[in-house]
Design a protein around this ligand. Structure first.
Ligand code: FE2
Length: 656
């Protein structure tokens, strides 16, 4: 047995991942355990969890792998500082102590921290124990870790690879090829030219938090007009035909400063950045739309170039920018790849998984049998073009039992985190004397569907926790999408977040094409497509003339709670094979209402990491206006719960 622990840490969203004999056994982000969003500290809790899942001790590991190369990153920092001296001096001074204290001494630090994970609390004793560990410590390259996370768990035997993020060591984007057990990077774009940092600069300028508010900018874009596209292209950057960028760094200060943009940028766009929480105006909406349009253009150019350069039929993507599901949807529709697969933990957390798999397949040269080769995957598109999905043969190994093209990757639906047993849940409920009803697994889906159909908002905690930023039905809040009021009710009373933000639909994979302009897999909510024409409701001229958020309140389709102002939706397709209880709940809801779609949003409030434990879920349920809580087979009704004494939780989480 060969066990490999992958770690990403010290930048953004720390995580650990355990791979045993090539299988991803467990993966989790540190924030879920410490309740500190995007926690960047050493992932000691996530590591402990991963080891416990495989009943391993830190001493018994064979390999420990870190997702990037600290010395190369330091080299970039130093060189950039020298380039921009003296302007960059203050940010350099701010970064230096952390580098001197932790990052440059990474091997020692990792050994000491893992000794703590093994149960050694005393710092000196942990240091001593760490030195005794016999496993080999390896460091991956940042973009190679992303590329490995994109290709190895994908369904494909061979594919082109594209990684795009803010910055790793030097690379900000890379292209390559995955074949069998090999990943080869061919070209890279280098810091400070970066699509990720460009998007983050606009995230900053529109008043959202860099490294987490990018999603909000994408959600805001459909309210605006692409008014600033030509100004951005004239002054800020040149987009070449291959999708590479040349940015004009007179307008940005991320290379030398602690801010993303500077006075020249402010002057160009007519004023200082919006203050966080200040009113959002048409200007921010137009800026969001403009930077989103440019991002889509760059991603289309990059992927077309990758297609031409590699000659591959399939594409895998990772890196933070691969979470831009609007751009991904366009890549799917407009670039002639047969299929695309995107790593659900596309950001730096996924680097832990990528580097662990890279050790197994590249360093140890272990062969890889892709789901495609094993007959566990078949392109839905290819099937449709040739024989039609419904004609695909029964249980012949390449179709699933419900007549769909078989589909499997190695991510296990991204359900790679901790799960609570029935006895743990019952113990929790009994210890606190909380009223509940217990159902059999057979009737539970119908009971939940009844609640949804009655307009209740349901907290759903079942199975293993998701790895990556999206909740996929393991730790989700779900509701009826047919209600026009549900969107604002959920934003204001449950999530306590900005009312412009739309919600995402989870839809039965079998029915996705009837409800959306999409007929392929989107298991990780990483593709945006429009609501199907037949499901839309034509707006009256008066409704059409409404502006911004008022337009969002208009019933624009049969599922208004998940229909954005431009009719788009961020779709999660649900298969019974990977997510049985969630599929059963949606199917029961469909049988009751005719609608195979539910609203799915992550189980948390604004600024809070997604819930992990039963206790987290109960607390979030009681703090908000969620009506019912489903903990595996147990359902709790808010009306029956005893009073909940709580601190003012709004002071507990920093707004994101
Ligand atoms: Fe990255």
């Amino acid at each position: 047995m060969v066990s490999i622990l992958g770690i990403s840490a010290f930048y953004h969203d720390s995580a650990a991942c355990l791979v045993v004999d090539g299988e991803i056994v467990a993966a989790a982000q540190e924030e879920r355990f410490t309740r500190l969003k995007h926690d960047h500290n050493f992932p000691i809790h996530a590591t402990r969890y991963c080891l416990s899942e495989a009943k391993l001790n830190a001493a018994n590991l064979d390999y420990v792998a870190f997702y990037d190369k600290p010395l190369l990153k330091f080299d970039r920092l130093l060189e950039t500082y020298l380039d921009y001296a003296p302007a960059g001096f203050s940010s350099f001074l701010k970064a230096l102590p952390l580098w001197m204290k932790e990052k440059l001494w990474m091997p020692d630090l990792i050994r000491t921290e893992l000794a703590k994970a093994a149960g050694e609390e005393d710092e000196r004793a942990a240091k001593k124990l760490g030195k005794k560990f016999e496993w080999k410590l390896l460091f991956g390259d940042h973009h190679e870790s992303h590329a490995a996370s994109a290709f190895y768990p994908s369904p494909f035997t061979e594919a082109a690879i594209l990684t795009i993020d803010g910055v790793g060591e030097w690379a900000t984007s890379s292209i390559g090829i995955g074949q069998g057990n090999e990943v080869t990077l061919l070209k890279e774009l280098r810091f400070p030219d970066s699509l990720g940092l460009l998007y983050s600069a606009f995230t900053y300028y529109t008043g959202f938090k860099v490294n987490s508010g990018e999603y909000k900018v994408m959600g805001l874009a459909p309210y605006g007009e692409p008014k600033y596209v030509s100004l951005i292209k004239d002054k800020l950057l040149e987009v070449r035909d291959d999708g590479s960028l040349k940015m004009n760094h007179e307008y940005f200060s991320y290379s030398q400063g602690l801010r993303m943009t500077n006075a020249a940028f402010n002057k160009l766009f007519g004023g200082a950045p919006r203050k966080p929480e200040a009113r959002i105006t048409q200007k921010e909406m137009d800026l969001a739309r403009s930077i989103q349009a440019i991002t889509e253009e760059v991603m289309l150019k990059m992927t077309k170039y990758v297609h031409k350069e590699t000659g591959m039929k399939k594409l895998c993507m990772a890196g933070g920018v691969a979470l831009n599901c609007v751009a991904n949807g366009r890549v799917l529709r407009e670039v002639p790849f047969e299929d695309i697969w995107i790593q659900p933990a596309a950001g730096d957390a996924g680097g832990a998984l990528g580097v662990a798999l890279a050790i197994w397949h590249r360093y140890l040269a272990k062969p890889r049998v892709s789901p495609e080769e094993a007959g566990a995957w078949q392109s839905a598109r290819a099937l449709k073009n040739n024989v039609g999905i419904t004609e695909a043969k029964g249980a012949s190994g390449n179709t699933s039992n419900n007549g769909l093209a078989a589909y499997a990757d190695s991510m296990k639906g991204s359900f790679l985190g901790p799960q609570n047993s029935e006895s743990e849940i019952e113990e929790f409920l009994k210890a606190r004397q909380l009223p509940y009803k217990k159902y059999s697994r057979k009737v539970l889906p119908e009971a939940v569907a009844d609640l949804l159909a009655a307009g209740k908002i349901v907290g759903l905690h079942q199975g293993r926790m998701e790895f990556g930023p999206r909740a996929l039905g393991g730790r989700s809040i779900i509701a009826d999408p047919r209600s026009a009021e549900m969107q604002s009710a959920m934003n204001l009373k449950v999530k306590y977040r900005e009312s412009f933000r739309p919600f995402a639909p989870s839809v039965l994979r079998e029915q996705v094409a009837d409800w959306f302009e999409l007929d392929t897999e989107s298991p990780y909510m990483l593709l945006v497509a429009d609501v199907a024409e037949a499901q839309r409701r034509k707006m009256t001229p008066a409704e059409e003339a409404l502006w911004g958020i008022d337009k969002l309140k208009v019933k624009r389709s049969g599922i208004p709670a998940v229909t954005h102002v431009d009719y788009s939706a961020r779709i999660q397709t649900v298969r019974r094979e990977t997510n049985p209880l969630y599929w059963d709940i949606i199917e029961a809801f469909r049988q009751k209402t005719g609608c195979p779609v539910v609203v799915n949003t992550s189980f948390n409030v604004r600024g809070e990491p997604i819930v992990c434990t039963v206790e987290d879920s109960y607390r979030c349920f009681m703090r908000t206006e969620i009506d019912c809580l489903v903990l595996e087979n147990y359902i709790l009704d808010k009306k029956e719960q005893p009073p909940f004494d709580d601190i003012d939780w709004r002071s507990r989480f920093k707004l994101d």
